[in-house]
Design a protein. Structure first.
Length: 99
């Protein structure tokens, strides 16, 4: 009887060992859950980026102001009846800053 109990305990320990540390065990499950959470975070970030890009595309398609603003800031364009003035600050000398 004692041998059977010992054998059953050993078999139970082997089964638990396989369940915790073997393929498809708890460690694999935790690792897969961690990878899943990382992928979900990445998906949320990409969805936010896509929403911003979609809003910008819609604004450029339907709004003249956005296209004009982009042409002015990125391409340096001005309207035909406008005058472009550039003001450059002169560095102050030591005498001017003490006044």
């Amino acid at each position: 009887m004692r041998v059977i109990n010992t054998l059953l305990v050993i078999l139970l320990m082997l089964a638990l060992w396989h369940r915790w540390f073997g393929t498809g065990g708890v460690r694999d499950y935790q690792r897969i859950n961690q990878l899943y959470a990382q992928q979900q975070q990445k998906i949320r970030q990409l969805q936010e980026r896509n929403a911003l890009l979609e809003a910008e595309v819609q604004d450029l398609k339907h709004g003249r102001d956005a296209a004009e603003e982009r042409a002015r800031s990125e391409l340096g364009m001005i309207k035909p009846d406008e005058i472009f003035v550039r003001v450059i600050d002169q560095p102050q000398t030591a005498n001017e800053s003490s006044r």
